[in-house]
Design a protein around this ligand. Structure first.
Ligand code: OMD
Ligand code: FE2
Length: 443
């Protein structure tokens, strides 16, 4: 990894106007204007827009990059060869017949053959369309090799990356990020990045087409809590001035993967400023709020980030976690309640076990409970928790489950249903042994 990632410095905050210069070139950021006739050090100025020019000020996102060469210098893009990235970015959600069943996947396999992060992306489910900028896709990645002289950008939307196994070392145009399991990062539309791994690596990706991720409103919680803005970390400027024969720029555009060649590293940004930036967040920093008297609070209380739709309070996708915490509710069935939801719930497990399903849902696996598909604790969980003494208890210790919850109805891909061969046909049985306890003589 060029330059290494040790002792990286980050900028703290969410949605800030940041600025950063690579310390090797002091004064590389123009002062008082964005487009000087000649930029310091002979750099080119380039704007990266993350919202319409005219978006309201509060939502407006853009950054100015001062780089050795403009991004426009590359050969034409062509579609990647058949066989590469074939399970990624299915655009036709109608390819499989709809399937409303409860779904659970065993951990997805990391291939034995050398596979880089982009080649290792597989699309599991999703809805909507990148062209009309409405919808989302859930992908997993399974890889073991570095992206060598290769970067990727997504023209279709933003990527929220959740490593489950293996630390990702990511070079972006804005600088370098190290993202370990139990951390997440967001790389937004158009940002070029390259991923290096230390061995077999696996994780989840939430792609949203509509909007950028925001922190949820806190309402009566007040000014602090859940994911606090200062715990979001943005990289500091870092560049390499590297001529490379046949550097590959891969992209996803309208749901298809393309590649173009260029003669230099795209990580040639010496300085930048703006509020359209990649960031990472350590899930251990989440300030957990929950019921402290009785009843089970809805999991929206654990929302880290949300990508809103135009309907108030209704997300294209929420990123929700189930972190270690105290459980203290009295006269309460404490695990998740049985429910049917007008939203779609895709869950993954980063570490440990999930409280509602002690068995079968494993780290690196997943579940999907689609719209109005009934689900809840398995028989074992129900039994144990209706009998348990309700003392204060640590729950989910050493574990981290998460949910991508969406107001859209998700289609599952052929890879998700068939090709991956991880769909657990026995999942429905975890509720079959729930017994009838009803006794009309005992109120
Ligand atoms: O289904 C799940 O396991 C996720 C979930 C957790 C919870 O505490 C309440 C509702 C819910 O959908
Ligand atoms: Fe649920």
């Amino acid at each position: 990894m060029p330059g290494g990632h040790e002792e990286l410095r980050y900028l703290s905050g969410f949605g800030n106007e940041f600025s950063s210069e690579d310390p090797r070139c002091p004064g590389s950021l123009p002062v008082g204007q964005n487009s000087p006739q000649k930029c310091p050090y002979g750099l080119y100025a380039e704007q990266l827009s993350g919202t319409a020019f005219t978006a309201p000020r509060q939502e407006n996102r853009r950054s100015w990059l001062y780089r050795i060469r403009p991004s426009a210098i590359h050969d034409p893009f062509s579609p990647v060869k058949a066989g590469q990235c074939q399970h990624f970015a299915a655009v036709d959600w109608n390819a499989q017949p709809p399937n409303p069943n409860q779904m659970r996947w065993l951990p997805f396999d990391v291939p034995a053959a050398a596979t880089d992060w982009v080649q290792g992306l597989r699309t599991v489910c999703g809805a909507g369309d990148a062209r009309t900028r409405h919808g989302l896709a859930v992908h997993v990645y399974v890889c073991n090799a570095n992206m060598v002289d290769k970067c990727f950008y997504n023209a279709d939307g933003d990527l929220l990356i959740v490593p489950q196994q293996g630390t990702l070392r990511i070079v972006t145009e804005f600088g370098r990020l190290v993202v370990a399991p139990n951390e997440i990062c967001v790389i937004q539309q158009g940002m070029r990045f390259s991923v290096a791994v230390g061995g077999p690596s696996r994780g989840y990706v939430l792609e949203v087409f509509d909007n950028h991720f925001q922190l949820p409103d806190l309402g009566p919680i007040g000014a602090n809590g859940l994911a606090n803005p200062r715990d979001f970390l943005t990289p500091t400027a870092w560049f390499e001035d590297r001529e490379v024969q046949g550097y590959t720029v891969a992209s996803k555009y309208q749901g298809h993967v393309f590649e173009a060649k260029q003669g230099h590293s795209p990580f040639d940004v010496v300085a930048w400023h703006g509020n359209y930036v990649p960031f990472k967040y350590d899930l251990a920093k989440f300030m957990v709020i929950n019921a402290v008297a009785f009843d089970h609070a809805d999991p929206s209380i654990f929302t880290v980030l949300t990508c809103p739709s135009h309907r108030p309070g209704t997300a294209i996708a929420d990123f929700v976690i189930f972190p270690p915490r105290w459980s203290v509710q009295e006269h309460t069935f404490r695990p998740p309640y049985y429910h049917r939801n007008c939203m779609s719930e895709f869950m993954g497990l980063i570490l440990g076990r999930y409280e509602a399903k002690e068995e079968g849902f494993m780290p690196g696996g997943a579940t999907l409970h689609s719209m109005m598909t009934p689900h809840g604790p398995d028989a074992q969980c129900f039994q144990a928790n209706t009998e348990a003494a309700l003392k204060p208890e640590r729950v989910a210790e050493g574990t981290q489950a998460f949910m991508f919850e969406s107001s859209l109805s998700l289609a599952v891909t052929k890879w998700g249903e068939e090709t991956c061969q991880k769909l657990d046909a026995n999942y429905y049985k975890c509720w079959k042994s729930l017994r009838k306890h009803f006794d009309p003589t005992k109120p």
